[in-house]
Design a protein around this ligand. Structure first.
Ligand SMILES: Nc1ncnc2c1ncn2[C@@H]1O[C@H](COP(=O)(O)OP(=O)(O)O)[C@@H](O)[C@H]1O
Ligand SMILES: [Mg+2]
Length: 243
């Protein structure tokens, strides 16, 4: 019951089947990687879970049906996602971004003032994502990796229990990738994490379980070693230089 359960999920764009009947179980506490070639339907899967695109089938998180609910209702049920391009307010500080995400209705003026006391959930999020030292810096001055971590921090202050991360390490340096891999482990301590990622080296190091998507369907599932040894996976990735 607890965790994410996807049943016969379908998303059709103008007759084109982007997700064609996906079943997926991500138990609480898992770090599930979803891989697959470009166009496999990975982002659309997350879009459907978070209510951004229309879908049929069933998606439950901790027993609550998500399909058919509005985006903000799904977020309130503890489902948070990041985008392939980080969406943070560049002119505001790290702390102000977290404040806004937390939804405390502070006046614009008070938001712009430096804060003396940082509320506990915000301090905890800063520490988890490793941004405590730069909390008063404008988000626009952060390194690429730090922006992704800030986005994750914004989900943490919203108390997201299911984190859906769309290619969080794309464009990151090796050091940022390592830090992100370790962050995933910390996140999963009391949450469920689904990560879309291509990088096989990153997968080998940090994935617990892997789901391989291809052409809108689940092609293979298992440990990294199991999916890498699957001839169907090797066939799909042949010539793509990924597996
Ligand atoms: N809004 C949309 N309208 C029409 N086609 C779309 C839309 N979004 C995605 N697609 C198509 O659906 C397929 C899956 O896309 P996507 O989920 O972004 O793949 P992935 O994230 O695995 O690379 C692609 O062929 C893409 O072109
Ligand atoms: Mg994508």
């Amino acid at each position: 019951m607890s965790g994410l359960a996807v049943r016969d999920l379908r998303v059709v764009f103008d007759g084109f089947v982007a997700v064609g009947g996906v079943d997926l179980d991500v138990p609480a506490g898992d770090v599930r990687f979803v891989i697959g070639p470009n166009g496999a339907g990975k982002t659309t899967l997350i879009d459907a879970i978070t209510g951004l695109v229309k879908a049929t089938g069933s998606v439950t998180f901790d027993g609550h049906q998500l399909l058919g609910r509005k985006v903000h209702r799904i977020a309130r049920l503890g489902v948070g996602r990041t985008f392939q391009t980080a969406a943070v307010f560049e002119e505001l500080t790290v702390l102000q971004n977290l404040d806004i995400a937390a939804g405390w209705r502070r006046s614009p003026l008070s938001l712009l003032r430096a804060r003396k006391r940082v509320p506990e959930p915000v301090a905890a999020a800063l520490s988890t994502v490793g941004l405590s030292a730069v909390r008063d810096e404008p988000a626009g001055t952060l390194a690429h990796g730090q922006k992704q971590w800030l986005e994750i921090g914004m989900l943490l202050v919203q108390d997201a229990k299911l984190l859906l991360l769309d290619e969080p390490v794309a464009g990151m340096s090796q050091a940022e990738r390592d830090a992100t891999g370790e962050l995933l482990g910390r996140l999963a301590a009391d949450r469920t994490v689904l990560v879309i990622e291509h990088d096989m080296d990153f997968l080998r190091r940090f994935a617990r379980t892997v789901t391989v998507m291809h052409a809108g369907k689940v092609l293979s599932e298992g440990t990294v070693a199991e999916v890498q040894a699957d001839p169907r996976v090797q066939e799909v990735y042949l010539g793509h230089g990924v597996a």
